[in-house]
Ligand binder design. Structure first.
Ligand SMILES: Cc1cc2nc3c(=O)[nH]c(=O)nc-3n(C[C@H](O)[C@H](O)[C@H](O)COP(=O)(O)OP(=O)(O)OC[C@H]3O[C@@H](n4cnc5c(N)ncnc54)[C@H](O)[C@@H]3O)c2cc1C
Length: 394
């Protein structure tokens, strides 16, 4: 638990080198590029490390368990939380497909991902759950009057016809395929949530906007339309109305990964701030000499260490545990925000300038409190087993 195995240490080292050598300098470019920009060379380089196929289940050719994924994502997020988020989203889409148990689709897609990765051609998936008017209600079954959904799936013989608009889809503009969650309920109730596999070269799919965001800009967030998109019944990933269960299972993994990304962002911010306190001279010497500065650095280091331990505990739970992963996500993302805020503080006015790099960590960190279920919803998930035990769940 406290020591990484030799294999995990090797992975950490190679990811650290890759991230420092390649992600570091591209992160700045991605941060200032127009919304929707991706670095294809970085994605091709990720193929060399098996990062595109890594999260495919081990029995289907994948190579990374949740702990290896957490190690890799922390290292990448150290230099760019956005790119780490993009890789994570692709992996979670693969996991959604795997959890559907659709052997035919799995064989077809996973083989293609693995074969193309060997040619340095990333074949990417994305998860499309959130809509403009409905976010948390899709993952919160206990809400009594949820917001209505836009994306509907209508059964027509042996096919389903999907229509409506999805938002905030990480990598939705570059994905080759999507796991789309649509409602089959005529009243657009999220209880009808059902998962579908949708290739993006299908007629009726089109990206309508790329959303400019405050941070994590290495991960493009797309809004797209499905206009009468017809998919065969065999592309359905869940029973009708069972989409929420699939999302609940997925959230244990997704929150673990979100936690690892937050730890990476916190570590990046901390190292930047700490270096500055050695270089900056005020009050007669390097500012690190001042006890108040040491106090801040000590708290930052302690919180990061604790966040990483909780993340690793969540990542090694077998099976993954939604409550524990939610704890890790809440603690690590709150830590990232606190540490990035303190890093800006330690750097004074310079920390607020684009040149410092600290403000990027600050912007990226804030978003980790929102993705993969907001921290408020994560806290509800943490309390869920307790309420259940007390007979207080609806
Ligand atoms: C970087 C990033 C990547 C993302 N990637 C994807 C993706 O790939 N696919 C995808 O489908 N979505 C994605 N999302 C969207 C994300 O899943 C949603 O933002 C999240 O689920 C929250 O939904 P919302 O934004 O609609 O917020 P809302 O649900 O509108 O919540 C607004 C506020 O109200 C609070 N709130 C809501 N309900 C309750 C409640 N019952 N009790 C207490 N407080 C509540 C929330 O905590 C929040 O503070 C991404 C978001 C980000 C930032």
């Amino acid at each position: 638990m406290f020591e990484l195995t030799e294999e995990q240490q090797d992975l950490q080292l190679s990811m650290r080198r890759f991230s420092r050598r390649e992600v570091r300098w591209k992160a700045r470019k991605l941060d200032s590029a127009p919304p929707g920009t991706v670095d294809w060379e970085l994605l091709r380089q990720s193929c060399d490390f098996g990062l595109i196929s890594g999260q495919i289940p081990l029995g289907h050719g994948g190579t990374m368990d949740p702990m290896s994924t957490a190690i890799a994502l922390e290292e990448i997020a150290h230099w760019d939380g956005g790119f780490a988020t993009l890789l994570s989203s692709n992996g979670l889409a693969q996991q959604a497909l795997a959890q559907s148990g659709r052997q035919d689709l799995m064989a077809q897609i996973f083989d293609a991902v693995i074969q193309c990765e060997a040619q340095r051609e990333p074949v990417l998936g994305a998860l499309a759950v959130t809509e403009r008017h409905v976010g948390s209600d899709l993952i919160n079954p206990s809400v009594s009057d949820p917001a209505r959904m836009m994306v509907m799936a209508k059964r027509r013989g042996d096919t389903y016809v999907l229509s409506g608009r999805k938002a905030y889809c990480a990598g939705g503009n570059i994905a080759n395929w999507l796991c789309v969650f649509a409602t089959v309920d005529d009243n657009r109730h999220p209880d009808g949530l059902t998962g579908f596999w949708v290739p993006t070269d299908v007629k009726g799919f089109h990206v309508s906007a790329m959303l400019p965001t405050m941070g994590l800009r290495g991960c493009p967030l797309a809004e797209f339309y499905l206009e009468g998109v017809e998919v065969p019944k065999s592309y359905r990933l869940t029973d009708e109305g069972a989409g929420r269960q699939l999302l609940a299972t997925l959230s244990a993994s997704g929150r673990c990964q979100a936690a690892a990304i937050a730890v990476g962002i916190a570590r990046g911010a901390f190292e930047l701030g700490r270096q500055h306190t050695l270089n900056r001279v005020q009050g007669g010497g390097p500012i690190m000499q001042h006890q108040m500065v040491q106090h801040m650095l000590a708290d930052m280091a302690t919180q990061i260490e604790a966040a990483r331990l909780l993340t690793h505990k969540a990542a090694t739970a077998s099976p993954l545990n939604a409550s524990l992963s939610s704890m890790a996500k809440v603690f690590a993302s709150d830590t990232a925000v606190k540490v990035a805020t303190d890093a800006v503080q330690l750097m004074g006015a310079f920390g607020t300038t684009l040149k410092s790099g600290a403000e990027k960590y600050f912007r990226d960190a804030k978003m980790t409190q929102i993705f993969q279920g907001t921290n408020e919803l994560c806290r509800l998930a943490i309390m869920h087993p307790t309420l259940q035990e007390a007979g207080l769940t609806p």
